[in-house]
Design a binder for this molecule. Structure first.
Ligand SMILES: C[S@@+](CC[C@H](N)C(=O)[O-])C[C@H]1O[C@@H](n2cnc3c(N)ncnc32)[C@H](O)[C@@H]1O
Length: 244
């Protein structure tokens, strides 16, 4: 049995507990993302998708896909790709993603599958690009996930990670801290699950720093190629290439 959500540690330690939390917040997830980021999340995802390399008949895997917004943005901007797969551990998130695919009549182009970033049921060297947005922070064994991304990517394939980080400037870090700890859980609690939105800032503090992430990427066989920052470094997109 899962322990209660209020017991969620800042550094995720139990995948079932994480899946249960996302199952619970799934119905209001898209709405709250837009509200809490003042619709910046769409802009950030579009920027992320603009870093997906051009690849005729390419294969894209979006890990921790949630309700599938990265995939749908990629499908409209990277039309030369022919295979789109979304992976997530939350059945409720995947059900919403599947519903959106049916609405867009894209059910035959995109496949959503329940699986963990730590153990992808995807063949070796079969993807041209792997994306993960606001997902890596929630994965229990992050090094195992990065190893899986390297395994499923073809040599020189592209990995794109988008995540929240603590901004470098003290003033911005304090503003972030205030928003994350005082505004976000209150609004999250009004519309969804307060404990889940209280977990978010704790998980950001416990996550890699950008330097630590670059180090983990290097150890997993990647070379960082490009970085984009929003919110004074509070949100970053890191594009890396799998070494041959
Ligand atoms: C904050 S949401 C991000 C969803 C989406 N990528 C976006 O940008 O809106 C995090 C997602 O990561 C998923 N997740 C957490 N741990 C995971 C794991 N080990 N493997 C796959 N998905 C995972 C959750 O179920 C959730 O849907």
């Amino acid at each position: 049995m899962h322990s209660t959500l209020s017991e969620l540690p800042a550094r995720p330690s139990n995948e079932g507990q994480i899946a249960a939390m996302f199952d619970r917040i799934a119905p209001r997830y898209d709405f709250l993302n837009s509200l809490l980021s003042l619709r910046q999340d769409h802009r950030w995802r579009n920027r992320m998708v603009s870093l997906i390399p051009y690849k005729p008949a390419g294969s894209l895997l979006d890990v921790a896909t949630g309700t599938g917004d990265v995939i749908f943005a990629a499908m409209s901007r990277r039309k030369e790709y022919t295979t789109f797969t979304g992976a997530d551990i939350s059945a409720e998130m995947l059900a919403l993603a599947g519903g959106k695919a049916r609405e867009r009549q894209a059910g035959n182009v995109v496949e959503f599958r329940q699986m963990s970033a730590e153990k992808l049921e995807i063949a070796d060297a079969s993807c041209d690009c792997v994306t993960i947005s606001f997902g890596l922070r929630n994965v229990v064994d992050k090094e195992a996930a990065l190893g899986e991304f390297a395994r499923v990517l073809r040599p020189k394939g592209t990995l794109i990670i988008m995540e929240f980080f603590t901004p470098r400037s003290n003033l911005m870090a304090k503003l972030f801290d205030f928003y994350f700890h005082n505004v976000l859980p209150v609004i999250g609690g009004m519309f969804s699950d307060k404990a889940a939105y209280a977990y978010l800032p704790r998980s950001v503090s416990a996550f890699y720093s950008p330097d630590q992430l670059r180090g983990a990427l290097y150890r997993a066989g990647f070379l960082v190629n490009q970085e984009v920052s929003f919110l004074f470094g509070g949100c970053k997109i890191i594009q890396a290439k799998r070494l041959a």
